[in-house]
Design a binder for this molecule. Structure first.
Ligand SMILES: Nc1ncnc2c1ncn2[C@@H]1O[C@H](COP(=O)(O)OP(=O)(O)OP(=O)(O)O)[C@@H](O)[C@H]1O
Length: 265
């Protein structure tokens, strides 16, 4: 590993998808950005602008057509097992209890049993799931499963965590509760986070920076710094001075892109 002050670096990244019998799709065009260790960076933009593609490139699930994607100074080649990846689906194993699911990532990394058990218990308690350790995923609510999926990834302290609309399917109240819990968990170990969302309020509540993407092909239109003080309270983020101006600026940037994508002039 090289010495670097950047946790994540995208350097003039292009990504084209080529499917047999159809025109190539240019998903990303000349995407360049960096994230420092411990930064919480959200990616927002119209549907299909390449946000998930960026996460997949960093996870090594796909490779750039041109340009470089680097993690801790090293170009990503092949599956990058040192990032944590949380998607919309909770991906819990149905045959494992809550405790078994939370311990899984540590088990795969060879963490000794006692340490695994203690650490899993600490995180289960942190998100209010104590008492449900032996429950199976089908016995948990959507919000509880989502919490389990999040702590399963955060429990093993990876330096970079990718989150792709992790709260998408949840109701509005549960989303805000989980945002607050995520912030508390993030403050503990401060991983670098790349967070994809369509929810601008969520992006403001959580992030240090918000990257706004253009649609089709995706490139970075604006890089906003979110200077609202921390710790933040997602329940009252609207009342924070500066929130309204930032929300308006983000929305007017994105609205242009959505209208452009829909052919509205
Ligand atoms: N494996 C693939 N093969 C072909 N095209 C793909 C593939 N993955 C993504 N694309 C295309 O690349 C573009 C970007 O997709 P991506 O899922 O990254 O966008 P997104 O911004 O995450 O979208 P959304 O907000 O709707 O989730 C889209 O046009 C999509 O159809």
């Amino acid at each position: 590993m090289q010495q670097t002050t950047e946790s994540v670096r995208f350097d003039h990244v292009y990504k084209a998808f080529v499917a047999r019998g159809s025109e190539p799709v240019l998903a990303l065009r000349d995407v360049t950005f960096q994230a420092r260790p411990g930064e919480f960076v959200s990616l927002v933009g119209p549907s299909g602008c390449g946000k998930s593609t960026c996460l997949n490139l960093l996870a090594g699930l796909d490779s750039p057509s041109d340009g470089t994607v680097a993690h801790d100074g090293d170009p990503v080649h092949g599956v990058n097992t040192s990032v944590g990846y949380i998607t919309q689906e909770d991906n819990l194993l149905p045959w494992r209890s809550l405790r078994g699911n939370v311990e899984l990532s540590m088990e795969l990394r060879g963490v000794p049993r006692r340490e695994r058990r203690d650490r899993a218990q600490e995180f289960i308690e942190l998100v209010g799931l104590a008492g449900f350790e032996e429950h199976y995923p089908h016995q948990l609510s959507g919000g509880m499963r989502k919490r389990a999926g999040i702590i399963r990834t955060l429990v093993y302290d990876s330096g970079v965590v990718l989150m792709d609309e992790p709260f998408g399917p949840l109701d509005a109240q549960t989303r805000v509760i989980l945002q607050a819990e995520l912030l508390r968990l993030w403050e503990r170990s401060r991983p670098t986070v790349l967070f994809v969302t369509h929810d601008l309020v969520e992006a403001i509540a959580l992030s240090d920076r918000i990257l706004v993407f253009t649609g089709n092909p995706g490139t970075i239109k604006r890089d906003y710094r979110v200077d609202l003080p921390r710790p933040r309270d997602p329940f009252h983020i609207h009342e924070t001075p500066g929130f309204g101006e930032l929300h308006d600026a983000l929305w007017s940037d994105i609205r242009v892109e959505i209208e452009h994508a829909r052919g509205v002039s």
